[in-house]
Design a protein around this ligand. Sequence first.
Ligand code: 4NP
Length: 151
Amino acid sequence: MKKHKILMVCLGNICRSPLAEGILKSKVDSSKVYVDSAGTGHWHVGDEPDKRSIAVGKKYNIDITQQRGRQFSTSDFENFDEIYVMDNSNKENVLALAENDSHKEKVKLILDEIFPNENVDVPDPYFGGDAGFENVYKMLDEACEQIAQRF
Ligand code: 4NP
């Protein structure tokens, strides 16, 4: 059977989406679901995840050290079945690259999984303290639990 492919997207692909990728991977059968992540920005292409994301992941036994930053590309609309964005700004940036309705329909705000229709963002923790990363982890863990239950 064809694998279901899920892409997690944030701005830098070093803080939020690498955690989302690692958390969801830990909750699904990798023979059924493929999970990847990307950033809408180009600044961190090839970089390891942020040390603070690595640390909070490690605290909960999620190892994201092998991930490397990559930039979202229009080919991702064809390669993935679902594209989860971390915030409304990411959503705008991704939708701006969509070429048709089928592309647009794949784009979903990840916290809609736990707060449907409330339009809640996963806050960008990059310029905040470590507490921000713990908060991000918990939100993503809950959202990924919902996603994983469908597989
Ligand atoms: P992320 O956080 O989108 O969760 O990976 C950010 C990381 C880096 C930058 C912005 C957000 N940056 O501007 O370099």
